[in-house]
Write a protein that binds this ligand. Structure first.
Ligand SMILES: *Cc1c(COP(=O)(O)O)cnc(C)c1O
Length: 381
């Protein structure tokens, strides 16, 4: 059982859809597939603008967002909500971007008011972009993107808004157009239920405009070449053909279920999970109720108990992988992934494995968390 918060379980339908010989990516059959993917994925990002698909992990799409819109020495404002946000900061610095940081205690989402405060001091529009991780996968805290957008607008600042939705897209509501996001970064291996290997940039008109003047070196990541080729269903270089077979199927599955239902399913599983954690008497890392993640829950172990030892017990006994604590959270938390292709019985099994693991590794806790979650699922079906 793979209950890390991404890569997630790949549904059988997606596996079967990819299980075909690779086809000529310069032929009509491929162009038809690519056009379906390129148009279908827009509905998932809720955008009418371009979505660029890279044969790369999410990190590639982070880099693409920056090199297409910024110039050497540009200042961007980033919020360090956790490990993934800090990796994006590191990447920006390596590219020669001046990344200015708003720090957090890694237990909550981005504070929109702090962003507004900083932007309001920036009278000369030094800050070219605000970069936020929508769902911080290392902590299980979400940021309110619409609120950040409103704060930028209220201040009247011209910065681009860039959002990493790698662990929220197709599992928590996200609206690229309506929320006024300029570049949305995402990846295939979390809510989209695919193996790792695809990543995305959804780009606004304003971001496309910025790309014309941006001078950071870019070649592989260049939006322009993609947009030009994509109009015919082609790619500027060999695409990840079989992953696109899978993407087409995953989009179909999401549309069959309906995005709103997909989001409700994730929210309900997140609530049931937190109820289990609370019943065990353990602490959810995210301390701000409004910021609770719908896709994963990070759980603190009591002092003197190592989360990785606990995870090893669960893996050895039940063949279930739980997410580890990253960087400053190493050994302190374990993370329960409840996203992607996931249902009530998978959640009950996941929680059951955790509850048995807590007991086997002598972590002090109250029994009955799994039972409480089952009760919740029954009453809220
Ligand atoms: C998984 C994840 C990443 C990293 O993506 P890779 O595919 O490993 O490059 C970045 N940001 C967030 C929020 C993630 O969840």
């Amino acid at each position: 059982m793979l209950q890390i918060p991404g890569p997630t379980n790949v549904p059988d339908r997606v596996l079967r859809a990819m299980d075909f010989p690779t086809i000529d990516h310069r032929g009509e059959e491929f162009f038809r597939l690519a056009k379906k993917c390129l148009s279908g994925i827009k509905d998932i990002f809720k955008t009418e603008s371009h979505v660029i698909i890279y044969p790369a992990s999410g990190t590639g799409a982070w880099e693409a967002a920056l090199v297409n819109t910024l110039s050497a020495g540009d200042t961007v404002l980033m919020v360090e909500t956790g490990h993934f946000a800090s990796l994006w900061v590191k990447l920006a610095k390596r590219l020669g971007i001046n990344a200015e940081l708003i720090e957090t205690n890694w237990r909550r989402g981005a504070d929109a008011e702090k962003i507004a405060e900083r932007l309001s001091q920036d009278h000369t529009d030094e800050i070219k972009a605000v970069c936020i991780v929508h769902n911080e996968t290392s902590t299980g805290a979400m940021s309110d993107i619409l609120k950040v957008r409103k704060c930028i607008d209220d201040v009247g600042h011209n910065a681009l808004l860039m959002v990493d939705t790698i662990s929220s897209l197709a599992s928590s509501d996200f609206c690229h157009d309506d929320w006024g996001v300029d570049v949305t970064v995402s990846g295939s291996q979390k809510g989209l239920m695919l193996p790792p290997g695809l990543s995305f940039n959804a780009v606004s008109k304003k971001a496309l405009g910025a790309s014309e003047g941006a001078n950071l070196p870019r070649s592989y990541w260049d939006w322009g070449e993609h947009i030009e080729s994509n109009s015919n269903g082609a790619f500027p270089y060999t695409p990840a053909t079989n992953l696109l077979f899978g993407l087409n199927e995953a989009i179909l599955m999401l549309k069959e279920e309906g995005l709103d239902k997909v989001f409700l399913r994730h929210k309900r599983h997140a609530e049931a999970t937190r109820l289990a954690v609370q019943t065990w008497g353990l602490e959810v890392l995210c301390e701000n109720k409004d910021d609770f993640s719908n896709t994963l829950t990070a759980v603190l172990l009591p002092d003197g108990h190592d989360a990785d030892t606990f995870r090893a017990v669960v893996l050895d006994n039940f063949n279930m992988s739980l997410g580890n604590g990253l960087s400053r959270l190493a050994g302190k938390v374990f993370r329960i992934g409840h996203l992607g292709d996931f249902n009530d019985l998978m959640l009950v099994a996941t929680l059951g494995g955790i509850e048995m693991g807590l007991s086997k590794s002598s972590v002090p806790h109250q029994v009955g968390g799994t039972q409480a979650a089952m009760q919740f699922l029954k009453q809220n079906s």
